[in-house]
Design a protein around this ligand. Sequence first.
Ligand code: SF4
Length: 367
Amino acid sequence: MLRSERMLAKYPFIAAARDYLARRGISIDELGSERFGRDVERALSRIAEALERGEEAVIGLHQDEEVEVLSFAIALLLVASIGDNWLARRWALAESLRCGRFLEEEVPEVVAELLKSELGIKVEPSPPTESELGAYKVWVPHYLALTARIDSLEWKLVNRVVRKGWVYVTPKELARVAVEAIQKRIMSRYEDARGTPLPDSLSTVAKRIREMLAVKRSYEAEVGQVSEEYWPPCMAKIKKELLAGLGVGHFANFALAAFMLTAGYTQEQVLAMYSQRSDFNEKIARYQTEHIAGQRGSRVKYTPPSCSTMKTHGLCVEDGRLCPGIKNPIQYYRREARRAALRKKREQKSGGEEGREGGGGFLATST
Ligand code: SF4
C-alpha cells in the first residue's frame, strides 16, 4: 500500500522512498547534472518555501511523482551540507506539516499502517462500536511521548477519552500527532546525512540557500548580545532550550518575552530570541512582542509571571532552591545586577586605594 509512487511522493521520508531511489541506482555525484535539473529546482523551492514561511509554508505536491521523491532527497542533502540546525528544523517542520495535511485525507487503514510501520506509533482505527469516541486510538505511552511538546490543555491526558490503555483521537488530531513524529524522523535523517560530501555541481545551489538563510537570520547578532549573567535559572533554562531547538510552550515564550522587556531588553532582542524557534513567523512574533510591551490591544504592559505561577507551569528550576527569598524572576535579575554593580564599585574603590598606596610608596621612595 505504501509502495505506490503516489504514496512515496506524498511521504518521501519513508523507507520505501529510499529503496525506490536505491533501485534507480542514482549516484550523488550525478545529482547536479542537467538530467536532474527539475529535481534540483524543486528541491530548492521546497527549502526556500520552508525558510520563508516556516509553518505556513505550502510545499504542495508536484505532478511528477518521481521529481517529488528525488527532490526531497536532494533537499535533505542540501540542508545537511549547510549544517544549520535552525534551517534543518524549519525545513523538517514544513515538510512534516505537508505530510500531516495529506494524512488527514487518507483512509484509516493507510494512516494506521504508515504510522505503525514507518514511525513505530501504536495506533489503530477505532472499531465501529467505539467510533463515536474518536476515529483512531493511540497507545497511551506513545500518545504521551508525542504530545509532550504540545502545551494546550485539550491535549492533556486528563481531558481525553482513555479506555484500556488507548487514547481516542480524531483524524485531524492524529495528523497533528504524526507531524511531531515525522519531524523527528526527518531530523534524524538530517543527522545521518550530515558529512555527506556535496557534489561540486550542487555547490551553487547550496550557496544560494546560505544567502537566503543569512537574510532570514539577520537577528543572529542580537541574540549574541543578550547576556544571561544576571538571569534567574528559569529564564536561562528557557533560553537554552530555545537555542537548542527544543519545543518551548506558549507560556514559557510569554514569560521570557515579558521578562526580557521588563529587564530593559529591546523588542528587537526579544524578536531575535523568538527567531530561534523553527516555526518563527516574524509578523506574528512582532505582533506578540508589541502586545506584551503594551503597544497593542489593551495597551497593558505585561510583567513576568510570579515565581509561584512559574512553578504551577513547571518552569521553576529546582523548586526555587537557587533563588532564596525571590518572588518574581525580575526581582532575581535586578538583585543580581545590583550586587554586580556594588562588587564592581568596591573593586574600583579598592583598586584606587591600592593605586594610591602604591603611588605613595613610589613617591616616598623617590624622595
Ligand atoms: S524561584 Fe523564581 S526566579 Fe528562581 S527559578 Fe524559580 S521561578 Fe525562576
